[in-house]
Design a protein around this ligand. Sequence first.
Ligand code: THU
Length: 123
Amino acid sequence: MRDKLYQAALKGRENSYSPYSNFAVGAAVLCGDKIYTGCNVENGSYGLTICAERCAIWKAVSEGERKFDAICVVADTSAPVSPCGACRQVMSEFKIPRIILSNLKGDFKEFTLEEILPYEFKL
Ligand code: THU
C-alpha cells in the first residue's frame, strides 16, 4: 500500500502550481480503499498558498471522509520531505495514524502522529 500511495503522491505533484517557490510538492491520503491526491497551490499573495498535504486532506474531508489511514508526501528533497507545522496540526485534527515522507529518489521515513507532532494543540 505504501507504494500505491507514493505513486499517487507523485501523480498529485505533477499538478503543483508553484511559480513563486518552484518547489513542487505532492501528497496522497488513504481513506479505506480510496485515495485522494493533492499538490501545493501557491498565490501571489504568498500567505494564501496551500500545502500539498492540506490540499489532499481538504479534498477528502469535502468528499465526506472522516477516517484516515495514512498520508504520503513527496518533494524533490535530498532527504524525505518534512511537513510544515500547520500541516502537522491538520494531520493531528484528523488523527492520521501513519505519516509517510518521501522524495523523488524513493527514500522513505515513516512516523506516527505522536512522533511527528508531540504534545499537539487540543481544545
Ligand atoms: N509546502 C508544502 O506543500 N508542504 C509542506 O509541508 C511544506 C511546504 C509548499 C508550500 C509552498 O508552495 C512551497 O512548498 C514552498 O514553501
